[in-house]
Design a protein around this ligand. Sequence first.
Ligand SMILES: Nc1ncnc2c1ncn2[C@@H]1O[C@H](COP(=O)(O)OP(=O)(O)OP(=O)(O)O)[C@@H](O)[C@H]1O
Length: 329
Amino acid sequence: MAVHVGLSYFPSSSPSLLHRPPLSSAKRRPFAVAAMGDDPIKEWILSEGKATQITKISPVGGGCINQANRYDTDAGSFFVKRNRSIGPSMFEAEALGLSAMYEMQTIRVPKPFKFGSLPSGGSYIIMEFIEFGSSRGNQFELGRKLAEMHKAGKSDKGFGFDVNNTIGSTPQINTWSSDWVQFYAEERLGFQLRLALDRYGDRTIYEKGQRLAKSIGPLFDNVTIEPCLLHGDLWSGNISSDKNGEPVILDPACYYGHNEAEFGMSWCAGFGGSFYDAYFQVMPKQPGFEKRRDLYLLYHYLNHYNLFGSGYRSSAMSIIDDYLQILQT
Ligand SMILES: Nc1ncnc2c1ncn2[C@@H]1O[C@H](COP(=O)(O)OP(=O)(O)OP(=O)(O)O)[C@@H](O)[C@H]1O
């Protein structure tokens, strides 16, 4: 029997924070919802994927959260990720993020084809397979193309995204907001600070961090902030290049936000001078960029603290202390 799945974003077993009311289906579903057969991946590849035979299935290493495979067929290769325990909401968010970036036709991202539930539990996503080249690619091109994506990817709904997603495995709340400073203070910093309080009982970082979150307004004086489509989790593990040396970005946590927030993972992205030069040629540097830089690192340091423990606490705490001093709060 064909069963429709994925009619709500998050199954009832998911953390309630992830739940968002469904939007109108016409608006939010560029992908058909998968019907469940014995092997929905094979079924899709052999029907809409236009293959008549799958010649080889091989594992792809490198990811931590999901199991990845390459499917070779007579209609080309597909990249498939499976998660044995999480429902389709996570891959729906990945598909919507990839699709939003793909549509900009600026920087290369894999085209997402399908996501759905697995009959044995868990979920899958099928996307374009990209043959990676041997180099990390050209930093100048990466900066230029990323800036072009930021420039092209505008939103008339404000800051946020149509679905919540995850940053690492931490929920990332994307409820639309017209106010970036409030969005960043509450949905980014505030969310992580509450998590640190719940997870570690860390009242010091929570209270100081909340003081900072309420006082960041002056850091944005004289800046016009437009919502730009962000990859959201841009570190070296999610950056590659194709056979032609063109940059490719993968595994996003997309939302529309201030473009500078894209550099929040720069401490493990290896961006060099030519990357920033090219980026700012397309998206000029805004007044006060340097003084906001650490603020955007803070969200990811807090997330690393929440995900991986106390090794990241001091980095987050010293950013908070420095800003409290600068802002005299
Ligand atoms: N579209 C693609 N085509 C070919 N290979 C890919 C593609 N997307 C990802 N890969 C490769 O597969 C590996 C795993 O993918 P990915 O990082 O998306 O997995 P994940 O388990 O979801 O992520 P993570 O655990 O890193 O958050 C990547 O390191 C990359 O080398």
